[in-house]
Design a protein around this ligand. Structure first.
Ligand code: SF4
Length: 316
């Protein structure tokens, strides 16, 4: 990967002591492992909009349909200050070329989904995104985003990092100018990844190229990216990955001795049922793709989605 991949992260998750009580919530996976392969851009919206450490807790309150960020004891309204900071900072993140966000779970400012939103009308509290996160998601709807706690789940972690790497390659593609030939090449290399998330979306993306004479390049790129990242936001499960591995097997099956082919199919089924990690059938398919010089498989990012040192394919 020639260019550094940048991910925006809630600062307390990186170990910065910015929480209301002066503590942090350092996440060891992010700081000890992933940090070797990506650059983190920390942000703490509460500090950035003028809150101090230590400080009173804030919470989100639904005031007749408008959600406000309010000090828990003082009732101080931070909404406008946080909004002003969001308006100032969020557009600038475009030029930072971030390829994703990790938001600290359950925070009234940063949570992706699980912030408690209280009501002034006596209705029971509901759950929703934090004050800052809701604005970031609105401004960057295609961005890979994940909650810090969910990254402890190996399947969700692999899904997120896979999307971040795809997004980074997409950014590089766009930066070269919007050329249809380059887009076709990008699509060809990501075919198996897209299939592993969303087969229907994969088919819709393929149809877009048939319409390339109707739309200009800008429109094709916009339509492609919306569909692509919508598809990738669906989870790639062992069942879907196994279907893609079987699809890969069809490209090499005719050149393999029957026993080897059956053994590989057995491995794919063992992976699907949770007995071996994804790494095993992927390693074998990579081996045969190289040995047989199978050009379609050799170019597939699905078989090399991110640096192997991250060990994201090793879990069962
Ligand atoms: S506002 Fe976000 S970054 Fe700051 S302490 Fe709260 S969760 Fe952490």
């Amino acid at each position: 990967m020639s260019e550094t991949i940048k991910i925006g992260v809630s600062a307390c998750v990186l170990g910065e002591k910015v929480r209301y009580d002066g503590s942090h919530e350092r996440d060891l996976y992010l700081t000890e492992t992933l940090a070797k392969y990506v650059e983190f851009i920390p942000f703490c919206p509460e500090i950035a909009c003028g809150m101090s450490v230590p400080r009173e807790k804030v919470r989100q309150i639904d005031c007749g349909g408008k959600i406000k960020l309010i000090g828990q004891d003082s009732g101080e309204d931070w909404s406008d200050r946080m909004d002003r900071w969001c308006t100032k900072v969020l557009p600038g993140l475009e030029s930072e070329k971030l390829s994703g966000f990790v938001f600290r779970s359950r925070s009234p400012s940063c949570a992706l989904r699980q912030s408690t939103i209280f009501s002034t009308t006596g209705k029971p509290p509901k759950k929703g995104p934090g004050f800052f996160a809701s604005r970031a998601i609105k401004m960057f709807p295609l961005f890979p985003v994940e909650a810090s706690e969910r990254l402890h789940n190996p399947l969700l972690r692999e899904n997120f990092i896979r999307r971040v790497f795809v997004f980074s390659r997409w950014q590089r593609l766009e930066s070269k100018g919007k050329k249809i030939g380059e887009l076709v090449d990008f699509h060809n290399r990501h075919k198996m990844i897209i299939r592993s998330h969303d087969l229907r979306g994969y088919r819709q993306l393929g149809k877009l190229f048939g319409e390339s004479s109707v739309f200009n390049n800008e429109e094709i790129f916009d339509a492609y990216s919306s569909l692509l990242f919508k598809s990738l936001s669906l989870k790639a499960t062992p069942k879907k990955n196994a279907e893609v591995l079987k699809h890969a097997l069809r490209f090499i099956q005719k050149d393999l001795p029957k026993d080897d082919s059956s053994e590989l199919l057995g491995m794919i089924n063992a992976y699907k049922s949770g007995r071996i990690p994804l790494l095993v059938p992927i390693t074998i398919i990579n081996h045969y793709a190289r040995k047989l010089d199978q050009s379609y498989l050799r170019q597939q990012y699905f078989l090399n989605p991110h640096p192997s040192e991250l060990k994201l394919l090793n879990h069962v």
